[in-house]
Design a protein around this ligand. Sequence first.
Ligand code: SF4
Ligand code: SF4
Length: 506
Amino acid sequence: MSAPTYDLGKLHGGLRLPGHKSESTAQAIQDVPIPSQLVLPITQHVGDAAQPVVAIGERVLKGQLLAAAEGSLSAPVHASSSGTVLAIEPWPVGRRNGEPAPCVVIECDGKDEAMPAPEARPDYKNLSPEDLLAEILQGGIVGLGGAVFPTAQKLMQARTCEIDHLLLNGVECESYISCDDMLMRERAVEIISGAKILMHALQINVCFIAVESDKPEAIRQIAEALAQTNDARIVIKQVPTIYPSGGEDQLVQLVTNREVPSGGLPSDVGCLVQNVGTAAAIHDWIVCGQPLISRVTTVTGDGVNKPMNVRARIGTTIEHIIKFTGGYSDRARQLIIGGPMTGNSVTTDRVPLVKATNCILVSSETPSTGPELPCIRCGECAVVCPVQLLPQQLFWYACADDEVKLREFGLTDCIECGCCDVVCPSHIPLTADFRVAKGRIRELADEKARAARARLRFEARNDRLRRERVERETQLANQKASAKRAGPAAIAEILKRRKQDKGDEE
Ligand code: SF4
Ligand code: SF4
């Protein structure tokens, strides 16, 4: 079967951003040496924290499980080199703007000794989709495009829907970031192998690999690898370079012309989107037995001496990585984990590289200090919003803390792309305000869910007590009737027991 052909869909709004990619793509991906210490956060995914399964002082090997997935949308964390567990303690992390979060700290021994080689990996084609998903779950694989949604759970959710298209996302539309471009240039074969594994897990026959048309080398490498594999089910789809065409819903629209409904998911229109890096990580785990313990990241900006893409172990500090790439330039002013539009500015380079870190940007500019002015209702923010929201209205309701109106005007559909910030002449930090408002809405929803659960527990307890009382009363009535037949001593005993029961209830 071959993939269908679609005309390109249309993206609403968006921005043409300066690329700044050539600086970091001039040389091949470089491997960062093993650091003396690795810092591995136990939460590197969207859901509940993984639970540590190692003890302080324990020797661990590369690939060994450090923290097991537990609870909802959790993912395991593995050691990225051999050494000794020094501590399990809070450490500054980039996702929380440098605030501390629980981490497993390993003192590396430099031997890089790995877990015993797994027995020959079974051919995934001989595994049922369910068994394959259970395998993927063990590899600690999460969405490497930045969303860090555990891949196995995303696939499991997709299996409950009628999915017919897999979209591999090689669209890297944010300025400066080039790790996926380099990965496609250097590991196209593994990406396509990962695509085939995903298609088997989903039992589907259509896969589009979406790449921006200004990445000719990546397109060439993917096309060559596809020619070798001769699999007509997988095709490249070139898309225009507009930010944020790499957003999941935007990509579905562009590639398949299907519109994801408000509040919905790509799976509602039969699509599953995975980053190209995630596909390569699935290949590494399912074919080679290597869990997700390293990733490619872009080190760039005019604040570093040598911009480049590197492959570093998860848990390596940003300080170590930047030192390896040639250090800070004397223009360095601001460190951003992620890209200029969606990244987090941090004040320390002691934060570790995590599964989500696609870019380390060191800029000569300090965080925006332009004075925030009142909204002049120019409407520019609505013109560029790719979700067709009205950011100026949302801003108004966010200031008024009006949860009902925020929901009504679609705040939960905001993808936090930052386009509205860029064009706002009044320098209003709209995206930051929306992020805070979304957090408040989530908290309120959690509170309501907690209150509903508490009410259910209370009602269940009352029902149980009522049931027990009725049972006791029936039992006593029966005993009284038989005691009447037996005589006054038995009646006195029953009355005494009833008095005791009443006392217990009170
Ligand atoms: S941040 Fe939200 S509101 Fe602003 S342009 Fe992006 S999607 Fe629209
Ligand atoms: S771009 Fe800024 S000033 Fe213009 S309408 Fe939007 S929020 Fe108001």
